[in-house]
Design a protein around this ligand. Structure first.
Ligand code: XMP
Length: 318
């Protein structure tokens, strides 16, 4: 199959998919877990074009999303694209479940299991749903085949909730999905988004997650993203984010001793996430970001820059 690199090739793909989706789904209803990531957003936009309100999107806010993300999903899909969107703010539920859990893998499993539970509850409230749409892309299928990772976007739903799968992107690579998304009219901020892990900020708020550190993490991450965008690094650096560890250090503010958290900045480049190098961020910009974070973000008195490539480090801290 020819690779989709231009808007006209994307338009052809979109037209063919709309026809195929209408033939498969007819007047039945389709459910989609819409995270706001590139893949699920493109699936949503495609299905809205094909079947309109017969697509039911469920956006679960697990409280671990970046600043502005749930608002963007609501704005783009409910307000602009007129989608049938169910928004579930499950923040308290997730943070209560995660309280006191410090082991990284247990945190991931807790977030994954709770996500399926919330999604299942929403699915049971709806009637006459016959299909489940997923943003599976070609690398997901390749990786499942060789056993690198079990591919289950919303895997783990109970047996009695049986849906037929709709996976319109399953033969596309990420760069092709982006061209299709752009052609469908999705905003650049959504289409060219940096990768963001499913457990979200949960793996960057180190150890047992607390609301105060999660807030420091979200606010410092927003400052970093804003400064990278302003200084031409947003489209250049593969992944950049902040981390907040679970220890404090001594500092000073307005002549008074403080005892507060550090923020760690990570900015890396990679082709396939298997190895990564550190972006050479201009020192003046790092100083400016440090100044902003320490003056604008609560409970923070120190900023560090992670100089470590992968290996020996991984990209994420947990
Ligand atoms: P690491 O930390 O293993 O990360 O070097 C490699 C890439 O994978 C992302 N990542 C995840 N993505 N669920 C995801 O969907 C996860 O649990 C997860 N952990 C890491 C990470 O952001 C990086 O892009």
């Amino acid at each position: 199959m020819e690779r989709i690199t231009t808007e006209s090739a994307a338009q052809k793909f979109i037209d063919e998919q709309i026809e195929a989706l209408r033939a498969q789904i007819k007047d039945k209803k389709v459910l989609l877990a819409l995270s706001g990531g590139v893949d699920s957003s493109v699936v949503a936009a495609l299905l809205i074009k094909a079947i309109g309100k017969n697509l039911v999107c469920v956006h679960v806010n697990h409280g671990l999303l970046r600043k502005g993300e749930p608002e963007q999903v609501i704005e783009v899909f409910r307000n602009q694209m007129k989608a049938n969107l169910v928004y579930v703010d499950a923040t308290d539920r997730f943070l209560d479940k995660l309280a006191g859990i410090s082991d990284p893998e247990t945190k991931r499993k807790t977030i994954g299991a709770e996500f399926i539970r919330v999604f299942e509850e929403e699915a049971r409230k709806l009637e006459n749903i016959e299909f489940l749409a997923q943003g599976t892309i070609y690398p997901d299928i390749l990786e499942s085949d060789v056993g690198v990772k079990a591919h289950h976007n919303v895997g783990g739903l109970p047996e009695d909730l049986k849906f037929e799968l709709v996976e319109p992107l399953k033969f596309l690579f990420k760069d092709e999905v982006r061209v299709v998304g752009k052609t469908l009219g999705l905003p650049d901020g959504m289409v060219y988004r940096q990768p963001f892990p499913g457990p979200g900020l949960g793996v960057r708020c180190l150890g047992a997650i607390t609301r105060d550190r999660l807030n420091s993490l979200r606010e410092s991450d927003a400052i970093l993203r804003e400064e990278f965008a302003k200084n031409g690094l947003a489209g250049k650096v593969w992944q950049y984010f902040t981390i907040v560890p679970d220890f404090k250090s001594t500092g000073i503010k307005d002549g008074k001793r403080t005892f507060a958290y550090p923020v760690i900045i990570r900015a890396v480049n990679t082709r396939d996430a298997m190895t990564a190098t550190v972006e050479n961020v201009p020192f003046e910009l790092l100083e400016h970001i440090t100044q902003r974070i320490t003056s604008e973000v609560e409970n923070v008195n120190r900023v560090l820059f992670d100089l470590t490539p992968k290996p020996s480090a991984t990209i994420e801290w947990e």
